[in-house]
Design a protein around this ligand. Structure first.
Ligand SMILES: [Zn+2]
Length: 104
């Protein structure tokens, strides 16, 4: 079991934000699965696939979803709603979900 699974966009402009987020949530190496994909939490297909695998392998206690402004993939802040429902479907209604919208 690990503390968390973290979703972020692959976009180079936001890697520092994501590293800072890991510190904010007190996540150290070995505590989390980190999924950096185009669109971050707004990439629903990949979100679902990675959640299923992470649950099977590492059973994370918490999900941290990020979406950033000006995303080239087209992810928007409203996409958190669907992303949260995907998380609940896969990990259960009681799972702990945090959302973070990242600004440049
Ligand atoms: Zn992006």
């Amino acid at each position: 079991m690990i503390k968390a699974i973290v979703f972020g966009c692959m976009d180079y402009r936001f890697q520092e934000n994501i590293q800072n987020l890991l510190k904010k949530y007190n996540l150290n190496y070995g505590d989390y699965d980190l999924v950096l994909i185009q669109g971050g939490a707004g990439n629903f297909d990949q979100l679902e696939k990675h959640l299923i695998t992470s649950k099977k392998l590492h059973n994370p206690l918490e999900v941290i979803l990020t979406i950033h402004e000006d995303c080239g993939f087209g992810s928007k802040i409203k996409d958190f709603n669907k992303a949260i429902s995907i998380c609940k479907n896969i990990l259960g209604k009681e799972c702990n979900i945090s959302i973070e919208y990242l600004y440049k």
